[in-house]
Design a protein around this ligand. Sequence first.
Ligand code: GTP
Ligand code: MG
Ligand code: ZN
Length: 351
Amino acid sequence: MTLHDLGFDPWFTAHAPESQPEGCAIARVCAVDRGSYCLRNESGEVPAELSGKLSYQSDRTTDLPSVGDWVTAQYYDNGRAAIIHQVFPRKTYLRRRAAGGTVDQQMIAANVDIAFIVQSGHFDFNPNRLERYLIMAADGQVEPVILLTKTDLLTEEELKHRLGIIASVTTARIIALSSVTGTGLGELRGALAPGKTCCLLGSSGVGKTTLVNRLVGLDAYATRTVSATGEGTHTTTRRQLIQLESGAMLIDTPGMRELGVLGAADGIDMGFAEMTALATACRYADCTHRHEPGCAVRAAIQRGELQEERYANYVKLRKESEYFEMSSLDKRKKDKSFGRLVKSVKKGMKD
Ligand SMILES: Nc1nc2c(ncn2[C@@H]2O[C@H](COP(=O)(O)OP(=O)(O)OP(=O)(O)O)[C@@H](O)[C@H]2O)c(=O)[nH]1
Ligand SMILES: [Mg+2]
Ligand SMILES: [Zn+2]
């Protein structure tokens, strides 16, 4: 196994940290579990910790190593353990707003070539959520591929309908598959090129880990039956990079409950390319397409050339993103005035 087999390429050589501590070697992060890390190098996997300096210097959690990151590490105990000293710049990344109402970003994975956006054709199917994942991928320069899973639970008609909806949202490649019957798995294997890193994204219970097991050829990773309503509890709890026999690498992730795309304005514009193209014809360059005169986007809706629903989702995502980009002071002001509004409305209802 060479670093090249693990995905190292000339881009990383060109962007390597300027001076590397003596006795350090390059390795890739293959798993993160709270404070402990697992590295993969030419000879295998090694547990690792952060150097004191690295954990001190990282002001944001996104500065810390994530699955898929390239790092420089120093080995000890005959190569059986390591200390991570530096993180290489990221060629691409997948990140989201951290859970729990904060505005912090959270890394999902780094240096990913393909984001497999997984939706189950059964209960999970949701074009708006799909758009959010597409924005997340565009924001981190990752190529998206849509996987529509559990097609064995759909009639031919339902499948066709779902595929049509997905195609109206994105021009990304779509692979419809079933881990039960095996349909579509050949096509998926074809997309897993040697040296490429792919990451599975999607809600809990859509069948991400089941797919990994099918590709690996054994039940190496835990899966769990979802309840009839489709409400899943998380089965996969940590992110890890799995080496496939084909030479590709696959990152399995725990399902995401809330998916914030905050602070991803560029990603939103790429995800809604037709909107961006129309917007160049708006009278004002900074048109928000909400109430300005001479707005080409709203005109297109009136002519029936742009779906009202898609436009509404675009506006919603833009608002979310703008909120994120406000300073925390502005945010507090906004929240406060909103809080006052809610209070006065409640009061009015009582009166
Ligand atoms: N009918 C059918 N069921 C499937 C298919 N793929 C997965 N399942 C079932 O869906 C359930 C959830 O699958 P998982 O692979 O654990 O889902 P996951 O996306 O990894 O979920 P988290 O780890 O919680 O994010 C399991 O009971 C699987 O057997 C499929 O193609 N068809
Ligand atoms: Mg899983
Ligand atoms: Zn406009």
